[in-house]
Design a protein around this ligand. Structure first.
Ligand SMILES: NCc1[nH]cc(CCC(=O)O)c1CC(=O)O
Ligand SMILES: [Mg+2]
Length: 324
């Protein structure tokens, strides 16, 4: 035999030498769930090890993560039902707890990269990412105004990256315009470009209590059957001024991550979503698979597929392992 691929696997030294993909803590953005109030920490039942935190405790968590080398965080507010309405009004109220918290976090850790989510669902009494009319339709262009106000209010807190996750058409352009018109030309946009209508968001909707009150998100989030349509979404977002293109979820969509990486020069992000986290956690708790190995293999596969940036609830655990 002239060629024996096993020779390049014969020792750790050689295996490491020929390794094609290296996962590092710098790849991660750690999503965090923000609670109103003080000194409260509530675990998400369907996401063991993930907690909703009040601002004071989140500051401590961010400090710990920074020491581990995690430099970027995506912050999602848990909004009490009494603050929700049809127009997601509280999303742009500078006195509302989440905007005050963002300001505090950014002031305390200016070196941290703070990302926020733009979509109506956490603040909406309908639990949808856009405005719902009397017939249950999600209104695209009317929603854009709400998203622009929300993005501007978030930018005013000093955060670094706006993450539109709503899948309305044209929102990247509208957000870019409003940011630029208000001297926030240095605030980045990480667009959820190819965001699929996925069952894997279930635990996240538990965490925020943000599930749609009626219907589903299939008229705006993408059909899991479609790959080439992701190229249209990505091209539009790139043209409209996005700084990053995101694919979400990650593991069931590695082909889409690869496709976007091959076709775009912009950095590609992938969101390793809540359900992907919970599946591994649940199986590990049952002793059905080795949770640490499954976690690292999944994260590595997302990077190998072409992701430059990985949003993952595993970020802290993986950073601890990578440090060892
Ligand atoms: N638009 C809100 C939003 N932003 C991120 C996620 C999901 C993240 C996860 O599952 O971890 C969702 C849920 C949804 O679209 O229903
Ligand atoms: Mg789009």
């Amino acid at each position: 035999m002239l060629r024996r691929p096993r020779r390049n696997r014969k020792s750790i030294a050689i295996r490491e030498m020929v390794e094609e993909t290296t996962l590092t803590t710098k790849d991660f953005i750690f999503p965090l769930f923000l609670l109103e109030g003080k000194n409260k920490k509530i675990e998400v039942d369907s996401m063991p090890g993930i907690f909703r935190l009040t601002t004071d405790l989140m500051l401590k968590e961010i400090e710990e993560c920074l020491k581990l080398g995690i430099k970027a965080f995506d912050i999602f507010p848990v909004v009490d039902e009494k603050y929700k309405d049809k127009m997601a009004t509280q999303s742009a109220n500078e006195k509302f707890f989440y905007l005050k918290a963002l300001k505090e976090i950014k002031a305390q850790f200016p070196e941290a990269c703070i990302m926020t989510d733009v979509a109506m669902d956490p603040y909406s009494s309908d639990g949808h990412d856009g405005i719902v009319d009397e017939n249950g339709n999600i209104l695209n262009d009317e929603t854009l105004e709400v998203l622009a106000d929300m993005a501007l209010a978030q930018a005013a807190t000093g955060i670094d990256i706006i993450g539109p996750s709503d899948m309305m058409d044209g929102r990247v352009e509208v957000i870019r315009d409003v940011l630029d018109d208000n001297n926030f030309e240095n605030v980045s946009i990480m667009s959820y470009s190819a965001k699929y209508a996925s069952a894997f968001y279930g635990p996240f909707r538990d965490a925020l209590d943000s599930a749609p009150k009626s219907g589903d998100k299939k008229t705006y989030q993408m059909n899991p059957a479609n790959k080439h349509e992701a190229l249209i979404e990505a091209e539009l977002d790139a043209d409209e001024g996005a700084d990053f293109l995101m694919v979400k979820p990650a593991l069931a969509y590695l082909d889409v991550i690869h496709l976007l990486k091959e076709n775009h020069e912009l950095p590609i992000a992938a969101y390793n979503v809540s359900g992907e986290y919970s599946m591994i956690k649940a199986a590990a708790q049952k002793g059905w698979l080795n949770g640490e190995l499954a976690m690292m293999e999944s994260l590595l596969s997302i990077k190998r597929a072409g992701a430059d940036v990985i949003l993952s609830y595993f970020a802290k655990e993986a950073a601890l392992l990578l440090k060892k």
